[in-house]
Design a binder for this molecule. Sequence first.
Ligand code: UD1
Ligand code: CA
Length: 458
Amino acid sequence: MQQLSVLILAAGKGKRMVSDLPKVLHQVGGKPLLAHVLATASGLDATARLVVYGHGGEAVKTAFTGEQDILWVEQAQQLGTGHAVTQAMPLLDAASVVLVLYGDVPLIQPATLQPLVAEARQGRLALLTVELADPAGYGRIVRDERGQVQRIVEEKEATSAERALREINTGILAVSTEKLRRWVAELKNDNSQGEYYLTDVIALAVRDGVSVEAFTVAEPTEVQGVNDRRQLAELERFYQTRQADALLASGATLLDPKRVDVRGSVQSGKDVVIDINVVFEGTVRLGDRVRIGPCCLLRNATIGDDVEILSHCWIEGAEVGAGAQIGPFARLRPDTQLAAGVHIGNFVETKKTSIGPGSKVNHLTYVGDAEIGAKVNVGAGTITCNYDGANKHKTIIDDGAFIGSNSSLVAPVRIGKGATVGAGSSVSRDVPDGGLCLTRAPRKDVANWERPIKPTKR
Ligand code: UD1
Ligand code: CA
């Protein structure tokens, strides 16, 4: 079978975005437009992925430094789609078939493209088209009386009869690399825009007796390009509808599928319930029967079975054990590990902290760089003083310890097994197992105290 090269055109300026950021770096679903197209290419088992870049090229390349196997082709001047393809020719394997995609058409699916690639492997030219109610601005597909595709005419060159055609060119095509190489070498720029039109290769194929097969995509949004921020917003909504549908299909209840956003991937268990305005970022895993209240953000988190997350929680880089209860208004920061049945209550912040089974940190507390055992109770207003202005230090609280309210644990410090810290203590030395630590200043009482009074004005 012939190998597949995917050639992604992404040199356009994207002026209508009114942005310093190159267009293909704008995001849908938390990922650059170009990343979606590259992922689709990978989904097709492409052996080579080429990107033609121009405007803001260095920024685009930098954004993808993690992906080693992309072949970057510079098009210094944007002289048209045909010219862009010509620039890539020296890097394309002549024995392969090539699929041309656009870097600003992010939602195209591998399943839609598969038949085009198969057709190209049969020696034909495959073209992806779509019927639009309003075809303005696009190249029109011109067919003969038998319905065979003859050529593509760009809007600016079209007669009024041609302008009435509603089948348009998506720009996506597949053909043998060797044939495309011959045809792009013949392109001329004697048209109204002075550009080398890739679309002119259709007529050259017909001339050479290569049959042209048009595949029509049913869902126009899949081939919708991004030219301005309105279109970007439309694609975002369409993409989010797809994500919500996938969550519903996997057995999650969404109280409103329009008010959940997935900017990454969510793997959801059975009978999960997600309230409104929940945002997922990065990689999130939800166990069975997880309940998430309104207005929460979960980023790179693993949530165990039967966990309940109440409203307004920020959960990032955390692992939450089965049956835990979080929030409302809790913030779990990276490297938080909560064992089964842990309770984290309102206005509690955790960072780089592990908390053992059944422990409770219920109110107004900060625990950072801490190791907390099982069945520990951390009282309201407790602070681990983990930072001395230069370095971070660790706090260890052993199993069964009880930390009274409003205590400062000045790290490095260890609270022993079953030990008790009295409310309002400032603890800067270790507390032995089973001991009580109290650092309160002794109480002083003065009877019949007379408060100072203001002198009376005359
Ligand atoms: C092109 C097609 C048109 C089709 C439309 C679909 C041609 C001549 N016309 O029109 O038939 O209906 O797409 O959206 O091909 N690009 C480069 N280098 C260039 C010019 C463009 O890399 O010199 C890239 C752009 O970044 C973009 C893509 O090619 O990703 C399409 O360019 P664009 O200018 O949007 O093409 P249109 O003129 O709209
Ligand atoms: Ca365009």
